[in-house]
Design a protein around this ligand. Structure first.
Ligand code: PLP
Length: 395
C-alpha cells in the first residue's frame, strides 16, 4: 500500500514551474538559456510598499493576526473594490490568504462535494483543474478557440452547464492568453448564468492592473443580479510586483468567506503579518507604479507580437492584458519539420536554441505555446532572434 494518498495521485506538479526549473538546471550546466516561462513581473516591489513592511517589523507587527486578514487590510480591500470596481462589500465579505492561489484552493475545498463540476474555459491557468481534482471535484474543460479570441462564449457556457455544475471560472485578463473579456462579452455570459440561478462564478481578476490600449476592465460581480453568486479573487502579486510576499484576497457571499476562513484556521492560519501591512500600503498608497509598469509591458508586448508574426509558421493574437502571448505553432507541426505536437516544438526549441517556453497543451489547448514577456527587452530581442532562426532551420 502506498503512503501517498489517492487524491494526490489525481494531480501533477505545475508544468510552468517544471519549465522554469529545467531552464535553471540548463543554466547551472553552463548553457545560455533564456527563460520565458515564469509568470512573475521582473520589476521590483515599489519602495513605499517595502518601507511599510520595514515599519511594521519595527513596530512589532510580528505576531499572529486574525486568521483571514487584519482589519486594516480588509478595510483597504473594501476601499479598493469601491474605488476601482464600484463594488460595495462589508469586511465580513472579505478574506485574505497566502496568495490568490491559497484563496482559490480554499474556495474549492470549502464548496466542492465529490463529483461536483467546475467549468474551466481552456486555455486555462494550469492550477485550476488540479485544485478542483484535489478537492474531489470534476473539471469540465471547455476549449475556446483562437477564432473566439480564446474566450468562452455564451453558447458554449450554456451547453456546458449540467445539474452538477457548481462553479464556472472566469479569468480576465487571462493567463496564458492575455485575452480580456469586454463588458458586452461578460453581459452575454451573465444572461446564461442569471437564467440558470444555481451556478456560482469564480472571477479571477489577478491581472486586472496589467492591461493595455485603454482596455476597459469589467468584472462580473458588477452585475447586481450575479453579485451574490460571485467570488471575486484578486491579489497584490501581479499588480504591485509582490509575488514573493504572498498576499491574495477575495470578496463574496458571507457563507463562502466564512468557510474559507474555517479551512485557513486549521491549515496555515493568517498570512504573514508583515506582508499584510505591505499590502495595505500597496492598495492604499500611491498607484503610479501601475501605469509606468503597464507602459513598459506594452512596449514589450508590441515588440513580441510583431516579431512572432514575422516568423513563417507562427501566428500570434495581440492580447489585452497580463504579460503573456499565446502564439500558434501549428504551421510548423508537419512531416517536413518532424514535429508532431506543441510539446515537440517546445522541447526542440529549448534543446537547439536555448529558449524556454511552455507548451499550449499544458494550458488545455494543443498547437500553441506560451511566452511570458515579463523579462528585459534585451532578453526578448535575443529570444525572438533565436526563435526565428530555429523556425527557419526547420524548413
Ligand atoms: N490566478 C492566475 C491566473 C495566476 O496566473 C496566478 C499566478 O500565477 C494566480 C492566480 C495566483 O497568484 P498568487 O498566488 O501569487 O496571488
Amino acid at each position: 500500500m502506498s503512503i501517498i494518498s489517492d487524491s494526490l495521485k489525481r494531480i501533477k506538479p505545475s508544468p510552468t514551474i517544471a519549465v522554469t526549473q529545467k531552464a535553471r538546471e540548463l543554466r547551472a550546466a553552463g548553457k545560455d538559456v533564456i527563460g520565458l516561462g515564469a509568470g512573475e513581473p521582473d520589476f521590483d516591489t515599489p519602495d513605499n510598499i517595502k518601507n511599510a513592511a520595514i515599519k511594521a517589523i519595527k513596530k512589532g507587527d510580528t505576531k499572529y493576526t486574525a486568521v483571514d486578514g487584519t482589519p486594516a487590510l480588509k478595510k483597504a480591500v473594501v476601499r479598493k473594490f469601491k474605488r476601482e470596481n464600484k463594488l460595495n462589500f462589508s469586511t465580513d465579505q472579505i478574506t485574505v490568504g497566502t496568495g490568490g492561489k491559497q484563496v482559490l484552493y480554499n474556495a474549492f475545498m470549502a464548496t466542492l462535494n465529490k463529483g461536483d463540476e467546475v467549468i474551466i474555459p481552456a486555455p486555462f491557468w494550469v492550477s485550476y483543474p488540479d485544485m478542483v481534482l484535489l478537492a474531489g471535484g470534476k473539471p469540465k474543460i471547455i476549449k475556446c478557440t483562437e477564432q473566439e479570441g480564446f474566450k468562452l462564449t455564451a453558447k458554449k457556457l450554456k451547453k456546458a452547464i449540467s445539474k452538477k455544475t457548481k462553479w464556472v471560472i472566469l479569468n480576465s485578463p487571462s493567463n496564458p492568453t492575455g485575452a480580456g473579456y469586454t463588458k458586452k462579452e461578460i453581459q452575454d455570459l451573465a444572461k446564461v448564468l442569471i437564467r440558470n440561478k444555481k451556478v456560482y462564478i469564480l472571477s479571477d481578476d489577478i491581472y486586472e492592473h496589467v492591461r493595455y490600449d485603454n482596455f476597459n476592465f469589467f468584472t462580473i460581480a458588477q452585475l447586481s443580479k450575479l453579485k451574490n453568486r460571485t467570488l471575486t479573487m484578486n491579489g497584490v502579486s501581479k499588480s504591485y510586483a509582490m509575488t514573493g510576499w504572498r498576499i491574495g484576497y477575495a470578496a463574496g457571499p458571507k457563507d463562502i468567506i466564512k468557510a474559507i476562513g474555517k479551512i485557513q484556521s486549521q491549515s496555515t492560519s493568517n498570512p504573514s503579518s508583515i506582508s499584510q501591512a505591505a499590502a495595505v500600503e500597496a492598495l492604499s498608497g500611491k498607484q503610479d507604479f501601475i501605469k509606468k509598469r503597464s507602459n513598459a509591458f506594452k512596449q514589450r508586448r508590441d515588440f513580441v507580437v510583431k516579431s512572432l508574426n514575422n516568423i513563417k509558421g507562427i501566428s500570434c493574437l495581440k492580447p489585452n492584458g497580463a504579460f503573456y502571448v499565446f502564439p500558434s505553432c501549428k504551421g510548423l507541426l508537419n512531416k517536413k519539420t518532424k514535429l508532431k505536437t506543441d510539446t515537440d516544438f517546445v522541447q526542440k526549441l529549448l534543446e537547439k536554441s536555448n529558449v524556454a517556453v511552455v507548451q499550449g497543451s499544458a494550458f488545455g489547448l494543443d498547437g500553441y505555446f506560451r511566452i511570458s514577456y515579463a523579462t528585459s527587452m534585451n532578453n526578448l530581442k535575443k529570444a525572438m532572434d533565436r526563435i526565428k532562426s530555429f523556425c527557419e532551420s526547420l524548413e
